[in-house]
Design a protein around this ligand. Structure first.
Ligand SMILES: *Cc1c(COP(=O)(O)O)cnc(C)c1O
Length: 402
């Protein structure tokens, strides 16, 4: 495969930098620093040190024998990103970016967050590195995610409410960008997924690619061959691209991304961007996007707040275009079902985001022979979701299996 993104940050037709000139200059500075340090032995050593001793890497791969048996087909393995410190894959990226910020001499960190998972991971790693941290969050989301807001504050972050528009993630991004530009000299913008203008998609992929690199070696050791399928949920696309990265050249390994079809594929009820979107520009990059007739980001919805973004990482759009990866959907109820099944069969409570990947993998496994291997990225643990599930059960919106 040729080296992507190209010099302008494009993966085929997607990616790039759709930004005012003053921000492009800051992106150039970031890109130069990333290029300089990503292969620097001292930087790599420091990154690996914290991954091992702070995050707890490597995370294991685990064969779900009970789940495999009950599906009656292919073997289902999990890559256990849920076992990382803070309970998800997000810390891989915040650690990498914060170490880069330190090398660049930045003193302050700014980030936006939707459900708060990226805000918590950013606040934690900022505390670790002794950096001032500001998290911008929609006022509506602050109300809905009180526990995560409290976690961020416990770790010393300042949480600022975004009060404009719908007062959720999109407004938080807009306001965080504005705050950042007031002092871009001293402030590092820590982006939470493989989205945004170049070089963020490439950089986030780089820091998350540890997932697939470890998983490949672990599966080779256990099975002495590559898996047949990789499955990961796709919000912005960081855990999926982190899993896929090391396998892109292994054409025999099929790559499946899973998007949320929410309550159904009617506008406003889902966030199935690659499935139903069209090319458009949002937040400084071009990609498939759910948009209205004026090119504005459409309303999106998913039961899992970590998946409801109206665009998607540009490399996924490229992988879709060239046919290297395929994208599927799982609904709210598919995800809730998979949430219960994994909890009951394996004693592992998955994040609702990850449960989307799991739902697809379970369906897929039952159609395949027993000698096939599926590796699912369990991007996070479900502790953060149990209160929501409990509420839905007591409201009679869902039913636990007998
Ligand atoms: C944030 C989050 C996601 C979605 O983000 P990606 O960038 O698409 O990986 C998925 N799973 C968990 C557990 C998350 O916290």
């Amino acid at each position: 495969m040729t080296q992507l993104p190209d010099a302008k940050g494009f993966f085929g037709d997607h990616g790039g930098q759709f930004l005012p000139p003053e921000i492009i200059a800051v992106m150039d500075e970031l890109n130069a620093a990333f290029k300089r340090y990503k292969d620097d032995p001292a930087f790599i050593a420091e990154f690996e040190y914290y991954q091992r001793h702070y995050t707890g890497r490597p995370s294991p791969v685990y064969l779900c024998e009970n789940l495999t048996k009950s599906m009656g087909g292919a073997k289902i393995y999990l890559k256990r990103e849920d076992l990382n410190h803070l309970g998800a894959h997000k810390v891989n990226n915040t650690l990498g970016q914060i170490l880069l910020a330190k090398r660049m001499g930045k003193k302050k960190i700014i980030a936006e967050t939707g459900a708060g998972q990226h805000g918590v991971a950013t606040a934690a790693t900022a505390a670790l590195m002794g950096m001032a941290c500001t998290i911008v969050m929609g006022a509506e989301d602050i109300e809905r995610q009180k526990l995560n807001v409290f976690r961020m504050r416990m770790m010393g972050a300042t949480v600022i409410p975004a009060m404009s528009g719908q007062r959720t993630l999109k407004e938080a991004v807009d306001e965080a960008l504005g705050l950042w530009l007031q002092d871009a000299q001293n402030t590092f913008y820590l982006l939470g997924s493989a989205v945004g203008p170049h070089p963020y998609p490439a950089m986030v992929k780089h820091f998350q690619s540890v997932i697939g690199r470890e998983a490949k070696a672990q599966i080779m050791e256990l099975e002495h061959r590559l898996p047949d399928y990789l499955v990961a949920c796709v919000g912005g696309g960081s855990n999926a691209i982190g899993l896929f990265a090391d396998f892109l050249g292994d054409e025999a390994v099929k790559l499946h991304g899973v998007e949320p079809s929410g309550r159904g594929l009617t506008p406003g009820d889902h966030a199935a961007t690659l499935t139903l979107g069209t090319p458009g520009v949002l937040h400084g990059f071009k990609s498939y996007m759910l948009q209205d007739e004026n090119g504005e980001a459409a309303q999106v919805y998913s039961i899992s707040a970590g998946l409801d973004y109206p665009s998607v990482g540009p490399e996924h759009s490229y992988l879709k275009d060239i046919g290297r990866a395929e994208y599927f959907t799982a609904s709210d109820s598919d995800a809730v079902q998979a949430f219960f099944v994994l909890s009951r069969t394996e004693g592992i409570i998955p994040a609702l985001e990850s449960a989307h990947a799991l739902a697809h993998a379970m369906k897929l496994a039952s159609t395949l022979d027993k000698d096939k291997i599926i590796l699912v990225n369990l991007s996070g643990r479900g502790d953060k979701d149990v209160a929501q599930i409990e509420q839905m059960l007591s409201d009679g919106l869902i039913q636990a299996p007998a």
